[in-house]
Design a protein around this ligand. Structure first.
Ligand SMILES: Nc1nc2c(ncn2[C@@H]2O[C@H](COP(=O)(O)OP(=O)(O)O)[C@@H](O)[C@H]2O)c(=O)[nH]1
Ligand SMILES: [Mg+2]
Length: 460
């Protein structure tokens, strides 16, 4: 999501990056490019106009700050305005009531049931809350069963299903056990399109359960129409947030960007796939920096911390530092990378996404390469993995055959191993990772990399 917008904006900034001074014409050109990029990303026209006006006011009226390049100052302005357009801060859930009832709304197929289950797992795991999920979708066959199946799979309670109940029978029965839970997620019935009967039913449900939170699921693929759908639901229900689903299939992301500015309701979550963990909190500041190519480093680090076995990671780091890095360790590293998803998935979060990710891909840095290298290491004997120096031609040939690759592939991997090892040795002589961090911190303090994240927050 946002890939195309990000690419265009980075190109615009590249065009002004080299300049010491920006003329009025330069700024005008850049603003025009930014406008086109936003419109092509499907951001609503009125939102774009408003945003551009504010960017222009700041860009024109701004004092020249010495030592900071004009292009970076423009990037900073665009970043700040994007963040405020997206709704400033997202505090996630503040569970100030027990039970904290969350009502899920949306059209058929917008991802209500899937998102309910994703949230059920998220809230159970992240906040340690006792969660109940229930569905009032009595109209579509198997709709309630779908939620029960998720519940069983993820170990979250669901209200038992009784046939021939009305949505209100279900609510009445559920309320008897509400007190046993910290959080109750209520999945509801949708319709194919906005329809009075549905709105009437869900607003009655709202009156019965007095939810603390009303989330609307909107399919990102409906584009601008999502705004109209959200407006209609908001008029009746007073939404507290939007969950933009299927963003994995939408490179543009314009409706997610327009939502807060158009109807005043913030996007709180993104649904980024069909799997249970494909749910992201929507942080305006991180989204803005992802779009502007500053990389979503904080998300990456959090993701890494969740998925990577910390003990294993620090064991590896220690071995690397001690110069004992072998192919066994390389294999273990691959395993960690795989746990975080694909290499391309990780790249998405890194700074300069536009350029860097593509460059690395074109250098052959991709999941296929990793699989090949893994196969090569797997066809080595454990003695060879621990003492790569003994791998001479005879052994190379055997390994290549075993892994189904060419001898030169094996040699390439060995060279890469030697390079990594010598880099480690060099780093050691510079004081190791700690030394590098100290150096980076100095650069950061000197103001040279104003946008660099605070390094001290990263655990190593
Ligand atoms: N790719 C993708 N598919 C999703 C996402 N959320 C839901 N789906 C799929 O969309 C379809 C409809 O979802 P469902 O939760 O049943 O929608 P509901 O009718 O609103 O309850 C299902 O096939 C889901 O697997 C998402 O974020 N990404
Ligand atoms: Mg459903």
């Amino acid at each position: 999501m946002f890939e195309s917008l990000s690419k265009k904006l980075l190109k615009t900034f590249d065009a002004i990056r080299g300049k010491d001074k920006l003329s009025e014409g330069d700024v005008k050109d850049a603003l025009r490019e930014i406008k086109v990029a936003l419109l092509e990303a499907d951001v609503s026209l009125s939102v774009v106009k408003d945003l551009l006006k504010r960017i222009e006011e700041k860009a024109v009226g701004q004092k020249i700050i010495e030592d900071v390049s004009p292009a970076n100052q423009v990037v900073k302005i665009v970043n700040d305005e994007l963040v405020s357009m997206l709704g400033e801060k997202n505090d996630g859930f503040v569970f100030d009531k027990k039970p904290y009832v969350i009502l899920m709304a949306g059209l058929n197929g917008s991802g209500k049931t899937t998102t309910t289950a994703k949230l059920g797992k998220f809230i159970t795991e992240k906040y340690g809350k006792k969660v109940l999920m229930l569905s009032t979708d009595v109209y579509r066959p198997q709709a309630r069963e779908q939620l029960s199946i998720w519940g069983e799979r993820i170990g979250v309670d669901t209200l038992p299903i009784i046939q021939n109940e009305t949505p209100f029978d279900i609510i009445k029965r559920a309320k008897k056990v509400f007190d046993d839970y910290d959080v109750v997620l209520v999945d509801t019935a949708g319709r194919v399109s906005i329809d009075d009967e549905m709105m009437d039913e869900i607003s009655k449900i709202k009156k019965e359960i007095l939810p603390s939170e009303i989330l609307l699921c909107v399919d990102a693929l409906v584009g601008q129409d999502g705004i109209n759908i959200a407006r209609a639901f908001n008029d009746v229900l007073s939404l507290t947030g939007i969950v933009m689903t299927r963003v994995d299939g939408d490179a543009r992301g314009g409706s997610a960007l327009s939502m807060k500015a158009s109807i005043g309701v913030p996007v709180k979550f993104l649904g980024s796939g069909e799997k249970i963990d494909d749910l992201e909190l929507f942080f305006p500041d991180r989204i803005a920096s992802r779009i502007l190519g500053m990389g979503d480093i904080v998300s990456l680090v959090e993701k890494a911390q969740e998925k990577i076995d910390e003990a294993e990671a620090s064991r590896l780091a220690e071995r690397m530092m001690a110069g004992q890095f072998t192919f066994e360790d390389m294999l273990a590293q691959f395993k960690q990378v795989k746990k975080m998803g694909s290499i391309a998935g990780i790249m998405k979060f890194l700074p300069g996404i536009g350029g860097l990710a593509e460059k690395l891909q074109s250098m052959g840095m991709n999941d296929g390469m990793m699989k090949r290298q893994e196969a090569i290491i797997l066809s080595m004997t454990s003695k060879e993995r621990r003492n790569p120096d003994i791998i001479l031609m005879g052994r190379k040939k055997r390994i290549a055959k075993g892994a189904g690759v060419s001898v030169s592939d094996v040699e390439k991997l060995i060279r890469q191993y030697q390079k990594t090892k010598s880099m480690m040795d060099q780093m050691n002589s510079m004081g190791g990772i700690k030394g590098l961090m100290a150096m980076a911190k100095q650069m950061q303090d000197s103001g040279e990399f104003a946008n660099m994240p605070d390094l001290s927050q990263f655990k190593l």
